[in-house]
Design a protein around this ligand. Structure first.
Ligand code: 0WD
Ligand code: CA
Length: 426
């Protein structure tokens, strides 16, 4: 049996920590990149003057790796507190109807990922920005699970410090190693909880609007691989003849703690182990990926340095223990399938020069969240603190009172406000 499925509380997390320490003690390398760091380069352009806040260049957060090479922070084993589904029309359901079951393919399956791209593909409209809406819907439907304490008027409505998507946290974890893509994260403090929602950068919008036909098709390949390896029911088989509809999603909602930050986040889960003896979620979940086949040492090194960083960060956060990768050729045919246990990824990359380190990722995320707590102090559902990262720069922020970036919807703000008032104030 896969040892990663026997789930003692905190086991994979603590094991991971000690493995990391060994790695650091063994090689203790100094990073030589990013020498041209200019802490005061990025200037603030606030949408309205906010006296006393962020004077030019003096309050950024460093993204230099060296700053974050310390002991692995406490990261509590994530606990699934619920889930939800989005159907073929992107409608929300407070249940697991979109859960799928992993059916292990053969090692060299020759899956044709191009099949169905022209005639059996319904693509989600990625111009529609859903922000945190689905998570907020889940919160309203499950509030009793979240506020255990009898809160007083001055304390928070939910017993968490941060609410966000897992994907946003993944971006934070990989920031010290991200040399190509910046990000914008909007933060609003409401009833004591900080909500983090991504804003598409200009560069990302341009890229989305100018994708080549080849790129569009390659984006389909990942979803097609899911169709070859997932069944809709425990006892059924995958149906490669069906339609691929990327509106459909099953999302887990987990609670955990990073140092003193209590987190609630949701992430899309591809499928689960169908063995009835499999451990409880999230330990039974499987993340599916496709990647170009590895033919040269250079390709292997790039795979370790860039791809495994993203895969590790994404699955480590919610406690998903394994990634199943389909390696495909240039023509979109899967020529090999391999399983990567998340707890083994840090060993795999050990021999790579100047490679990424889990502890740097987690410490940066932790310090970013502390930075957000320090800056985003005004409790106001319409106010947005916009945090910005551009490669090789500090994280900076601007404050927006003009509704341009406001993302908490009125239906959420009103429901939280009115139910809290009726419970605790009048
Ligand atoms: O509208 C938006 N800008 C966003 C929507 C931003 C961030 C998230 N979302 C939501 C959607 O509701 C989606 O159901 O993304 C959910 C998934 O969130 P996540 O798990 O936090 O995102 P991430 O870890 O980045 O991606 C997980 C999977 C991806 O699989 P791969 O193997 O490629 O990592 O979710 C899919 C994709 O299959 N995915 C998305 N689905 C819908 N909208 C999006 C997206 N924007 N991004 C990734
Ligand atoms: Ca996936």
């Amino acid at each position: 049996m896969d040892p990663h499925r026997s789930h003692n509380p905190n086991s994979s997390f603590r094991t991971h920590q000690s493995a990391y320490k060994r790695e650091r003690d063994d090689c203790g390398r100094q990073y030589s990149e990013r020498k041209h760091f200019k802490p005061q380069h990025h200037q603030q352009n606030q949408s309205g003057p906010t006296p006393g806040q962020n004077p030019l260049g003096s309050q950024g957060l460093s993204t230099r790796r060296e700053q974050y090479e310390r002991n692995f922070p406490v990261y509590k084993q994530p606990v699934e507190v619920g889930c939800f589904s989005l159907d073929s029309k992107r409608r929300f359901f407070n249940d697991s109807r979109q859960m799928r079951y992993y059916v292990e393919p053969e090692k060299n399956p020759n899956f044709d990922l191009k099949d169905g791209y022209k005639d059996r593909y319904v693509k989600r409209d990625d111009r529609v920005k859903e922000k945190l809406d689905h998570i907020l819907r889940w919160i309203l439907a499950n509030r009793s699970k979240l506020s255990s304490r009898e809160t007083t008027a001055s304390s928070c409505a939910l017993d968490v410090d941060f609410v966000t998507w897992r994907g946003h946290l993944t971006k934070l974890l990989t920031t010290p190693y991200e040399a190509r893509e910046g990000w914008l994260l909007a933060v609003t403090k409401f009833k004591g909880t900080l909500y983090i929602s991504e804003v598409e950068t200009e560069a990302a919008r341009r890229e989305r609007e100018n994708r080549t036909e080849r790129h569009e098709e390659m984006m389909y390949w990942g979803y097609k691989f899911e169709q070859y390896t997932c069944a809709d029911n425990v006892h059924s088989l995958p149906d490669p003849g069906g339609v691929v509809n990327t509106n459909e999603a099953f999302c887990t909602v987990v609670q955990t703690r990073l140092a003193d930050h209590r987190l609630l986040f949701s992430g899309e889960v591809d499928c689960r182990d169908k063995d009835p003896k499999a451990p409880a979620p999230p330990a039974c979940y499987v993340e599916l990926k496709t990647s170009a086949e590895i033919c040269t040492p250079k390709q292997r090194s790039n795979f370790h340095r860039f791809k495994l960083l993203k895969w590790w960060a994404q699955s480590f956060l919610p406690g998903v223990p394994r990634v199943v990768a389909g390696f495909r050729d240039h023509d979109g045919v899967v020529v090999g399938v391999e399983t990567f246990p998340i707890s083994k990824i840090s060993h795999l990359i050990k021999n790579e020069q100047n490679c990424w380190k889990p502890t740097v990722c987690m410490n940066f995320c932790c310090d970013f969240l502390s930075f957000v707590k320090r800056i985003a102090t005004e409790d106001n559902p319409d106010l947005v603190y916009l945090f910005s990262y551009e490669p090789h720069r500090d994280v900076t922020y601007t404050v927006h009172k003009d509704f341009k970036y406001t993302f908490l919807p009125p239906w959420y703000v009103e429901e939280i406000t009115s139910s809290r008032d009726s419970h605790h104030q009048s």
